[in-house]
Design a protein around this ligand. Structure first.
Ligand code: SRM
Ligand code: SF4
Length: 566
């Protein structure tokens, strides 16, 4: 193995705190693109340069440059969006973007198809909506996610406050974002300084999420730093800490793998920021800056050992983590329909297929949500399962909300099958440069076929976690699906099965590189066996393990617990 730093490390260090020559590239009218090196730095500003892959071949034939456009991702800690912000994002979606608004698996918005000449106006409009795109992508701490619906109880609200504090704490301090996108002026000649990251930032992306048991809707064990909120007698006691979760893998490379976070201890709320910062700095100092494939925290931990990691952390903190507290998850999907909070306000969970809000094919989801944002007095909450909650509704306003939801066809949550309501698909083609197969565009084709099979076995209402990914990077957290397709090539997928329903067991590869008829054939047999032999309330994934269709999970597939639970 060479010990030369990866090329990206050089780009970061030479990039003058994320500036590079992005500004010059934006002003170059000759091309719709920016330079290769700048595309890497642009990610830290929350944007990816992409090209429409449906048009690639045709444009190549016509000797045209690819149809470049930019994806922009916002940072909305905990997925909270006010009605004013919603209208701001809607304006951007209808003015400069191509495919409406997209709720991501980290409970924020992405916009696709923004041309270079409109990028600055987009960033400014997001800023005017009191949001940012800074550090939504790149080798930094990303969007901090948390269990939705903080207004269910006052303790949920406190967890949301910690989510926002963590998010703010890890924002890069460089003034480049303001200079490039907002006022265009250099504010001071003082040198930039990144107290947490340094000028090379982190070796790789870093993700933090907080789950509030019994709901694991954020998949806490898929986070680099997963926090499990411990609430006793209505009071937030602190957080269990899980480190080293991550989904990404590469086909055919066993040295890359999905991994669930390892539980290493408990901390009270007042220590959480310094504990999180120390975890981030251990990764900053020890993460692999030579091979990006092995740069995530999960590999740092597996390379040095979990005991080493914990002792390095505690040495930096100057104190020990407390023993883990007991917790219990019962679900990692979303809750749909109306739920009443402890203060008497109401919250309506809506199912949004693949998180895409668009006016297309006779659907008017974008318009419908705009109309809702015009009348709604509470907030919206985006979920990590690509759905949304209309949150904080007075009892007297429910009828008006219900009427709009019905009018615009957003009431799918009432009549959908169990598998549809628990389905997630990553974006994939045509925008994702890494996609090997369709995902978001395949879901509407696949679901009716699965529903036909499920109906045949009287399983239409069975809640089954279905996850589709266009490649093994794992943006839909596919390794936590009871049924998962991971793209290999156009029309070909790996079929993985047997995760649990709570985000605590990774699934197993069942059939490799197969086509749709083979996928449906395999599932037909498995559904038949499940319908006949399942125990009461037994979930599909658990059934597959109990009946040994797949082997019982090895250590790597379930969370490692370092200390005894008290
Ligand atoms: Fe992701 C890269 C989309 C959540 C693991 N992800 C990408 C890129 C940016 C492709 C690229 O690098 O060129 C995709 C852009 C597609 C497009 O056209 O929009 C992309 N990821 C997404 C989103 C939009 C999927 C979705 O359908 O909602 C999610 C945006 C999250 C957000 O708002 O911040 C998204 N990505 C995830 C998750 C899930 C999560 O974080 O809970 C994962 C797995 C968890 C993890 O990080 O381990 C994930 N994305 C990856 C990876 C693999 C990382 C790794 O460690 O190997 C890549 C590729 C990479 O980083 O090199 C990637
Ligand atoms: Fe793209 Fe792969 Fe992520 Fe899907 S899983 S969005 S195909 S990188």
């Amino acid at each position: 193995m060479s010990s030369t730093l990866s090329h990206l490390e050089k780009i970061k260090v030479d990039g003058n705190y994320l500036r590079g020559t992005i500004e010059e590239g934006l002003n170059d009218p000759v091309t719709g693109a920016i330079s290769d090196d700048d595309t890497k730095l642009l990610k830290f500003h929350g944007s990816y340069q992409q090209d429409d892959r449906d048009l690639r071949d045709e444009r190549r034939r016509q000797k045209l440059e690819p149809a470049y456009a930019f994806m922009v991702r916002a940072r909305l800690p905990g997925g909270v969006v006010t009605p004013q912000q919603w209208l701001g994002f809607d304006h951007i979606a209808t003015t400069w973007a191509g495919r409406g608004l997209r709720i991501t698996t980290r409970q924020t918005f992405q916009l696709h198809g923004i041309l270079k000449r409109n990028l600055k106006a987009t960033m400014q409009a997001i800023h005017d909506s009191l949001a940012t795109t800074l550090a939504a992508c790149g080798d930094v701490n990303r969007q901090v996610v948390s269990s939705v619906n903080p207004l269910l109880s006052s303790q949920h609200q406190i967890v949301q406050e910690w989510t926002e504090k963590l998010s703010a704490h890890f924002l890069p301090r460089t003034r480049a974002y303001h200079e490039i996108w907002l006022d265009g002026k250099k504010i001071t000649d003082e040198p930039d300084h990144e107290p947490i990251y340094g000028n090379a930032y982190l070796p790789r992306k870093f993700k933090i999420g907080i789950a509030i048991p019994p709901l694991n809707d954020i998949d806490v064990f898929a986070q680099d730093l997963g926090l499990i909120a411990i609430i006793e007698n209505g009071i937030l006691q602190g957080f269990n800490i899980a480190v080293g979760g991550g989904m990404g893998a590469t086909h055919g490379d066993d040295t890359t793998y999905p991994r669930l976070g390892s539980l290493i201890g408990f901390v009270p709320p007042e220590q959480i920021i310094e504990v999180a910062e120390s975890i981030v700095t251990v990764q900053r100092d020890y993460g692999n800056r030579v091979e990006r494939q092995h740069a995530r925290l999960k590999y740092t931990i597996d390379h040095h050992g979990l005991d080493w990691f914990k002792s390095e952390l505690e040495q930096r903190l100057g104190y020990s983590l407390q023993p883990l507290r007991d917790y219990h998850f019962d679900h990692n999907g979303d809750r749909f329909g109306w739920i009443e909070g402890e203060d008497g306000q109401w919250h309506l969970g809506l199912y949004i297929e693949s998180g895409r809000l668009e006016d297309v094919d006779g659907k008017q989801f974008l318009t419908g949500m705009r109309e809702l944002a015009r009348v709604h007095k509470g907030e919206f909450r985006l979920t990590c399962n690509q759905n949304l909650i209309i949150s904080n509704v007075a009892a007297a306003d429910r009828a008006q909300i219900d009427e709009l939801v019905r009018q615009y066809g957003l009431d799918g949550y009432i009549k959908q099958s169990g598998i549809r309501r628990h389905s997630i698909a990553c974006v994939a083609l045509p925008t994702c440069g890494l996609a090997m197969a369709e995902s978001e565009r395949y879901l509407p084709e696949l679901l009716p076929k699965l529903e036909t099979l499920l109906a045949k076995h009287n399983l239409l209402d069975a809640p089954i976690l279905l996850r589709l990914s266009g490649c093994p990077n794992g943006c839909s957290r596919p390794y936590l699906g009871e049924i998962t397709l991971v793209g290999r090539a156009i029309g070909r997928y790996d079929l993985r099965i047997g995760a649990d329903f709570i985000g605590q067991r990774i699934n197993t590869l069942y059939r490799e590189n197969i086509t749709e008829p083979e996928i449906l054939g395999s599932l037909d047999t498995l559904f038949g066996a499940y319908a006949q032999n399942r125990e009461q309330n037994e979930k599909f994934g658990d059934f597959l393990v109990r009946t040994e269709v797949i082997a019982a999970p090895s250590q790597r597939l379930i969370p490692i617990i370092l200390d005894a639970v008290v």
